[in-house]
Design a protein. Structure first.
Length: 308
């Protein structure tokens, strides 16, 4: 049982910096917070097949949680302890959204996906092991009203990274007093990159604890999975996101892992890998094409086994 339970009824459309916190917590105590996450929007869309008739929030974020002592320039460390899943999830094609919009065409597609015995039943004959993850994890931004749909932000947001899973710690730059942590958009399983813009979306509960690192001054989030260090690079064009991801990984190796610049350079040239991250882009989409990403998210990753 978690020390604190936040109901899905506290879900919001993003991370408003001026929203009243639903919980205040001291960092570093080990206290756990369970964030309930709703899938009501997908259940509604299964019925109406029309975004204009949707009344539930798409990708609601439960929170925000005020972290005592968190100030701009600090880093919030969010340890993911576990994710409990509902009995079914959703695969859904929103016309015009995702990399498969052209072959899918103009018609809606919805499939209710049973989740049982640790597997997601994708088709009548194909199932895959569940790999629970958090799609939306972030803290409030100082200068913008963050969306929980698009894009990704320096303070987090709809990152849609498979690395945000139980056992991982997500590190987020703090821009406002109290950080204002919010979590939503759980997935039962998601392929890296989320080709369809919608994975196996599901209701459930994510349990986390928080710690605070004073004055680190991160540029963007990074994740420690225990097996890998994963740095998030945001940029437009994509080449900028690649450079930013590599630079942040280089900084982590030299400042925190004890490597010299020369050693980090050589090790990264041999063992650091990049890939495109989530599908939400790094800058706000064109209002005329709200599901078409602009800018890019790149991940730079290195195995901890290389560094031992």
């Amino acid at each position: 049982m978690a020390d604190h339970l936040l109901s899905k009824d506290l879900g919001k459309a993003g991370w408003p910096a001026d929203a009243d916190p639903v919980l205040a917590i001291a960092p570093g105590t080990g206290e756990t917070i369970a964030f309930e996450v709703s899938d009501e929007a997908y259940a509604q869309l299964d019925e109406v097949r029309d975004l204009s008739r949707l009344t539930a929030v798409l990708n609601p974020v439960t929170g925000p949680v005020h972290v005592e002592g968190a100030e701009p320039g600090d880093t919030l460390a969010v340890r993911i302890h576990g994710i409990e899943l509902a009995a079914h999830g959703w695969s859904m094609y929103l016309p015009g959204a995702g990399a498969l919009a052209a072959p899918m065409g103009p018609e809606w597609f919805v499939r209710r996906v049973p989740v049982r015995d640790g597997k997601a039943q994708l088709t009548s004959s194909i199932s895959v092991p569940v790999a629970p993850m958090i799609g939306c994890i972030g803290v409030a931004a100082a200068a913008t009203e963050m969306s929980s749909v698009m894009p990704s932000y320096p303070t987090g947001g709809n990152l849609d990274l498979t690395d945000a899973r139980p056992g991982s710690t997500v590190y987020l730059p703090v821009e406002v007093e109290g950080a204002r942590l919010g979590i939503g958009d759980l997935h039962a399983v998601m392929a890296r990159g989320e080709s369809s813009f919608v994975a196996i979306e599901i209701a459930g509960t994510a349990t986390v604890s928080v710690d605070l690192i004073k004055g680190e001054g991160l540029r963007a989030p990074w994740i420690d999975t225990g097996e890998e260090i994963v740095c998030v690079g945001l940029g437009d064009p994509v080449q900028d996101s690649i450079v930013n991801a590599y630079e942040d990984l280089f900084a982590r190796l030299t400042r925190h892992e004890g490597l010299t610049k020369g050693d980090a350079y050589v090790v990264m040239s041999a063992a650091a890998h990049t890939e495109l991250g989530g599908p939400t882009g790094s800058v706000a989409p064109d209002p005329l094409h709200p599901f078409r990403a602009r800018g890019a998210v790149t991940l730079a990753r290195i195995a901890r086994s290389v560094l031992r």
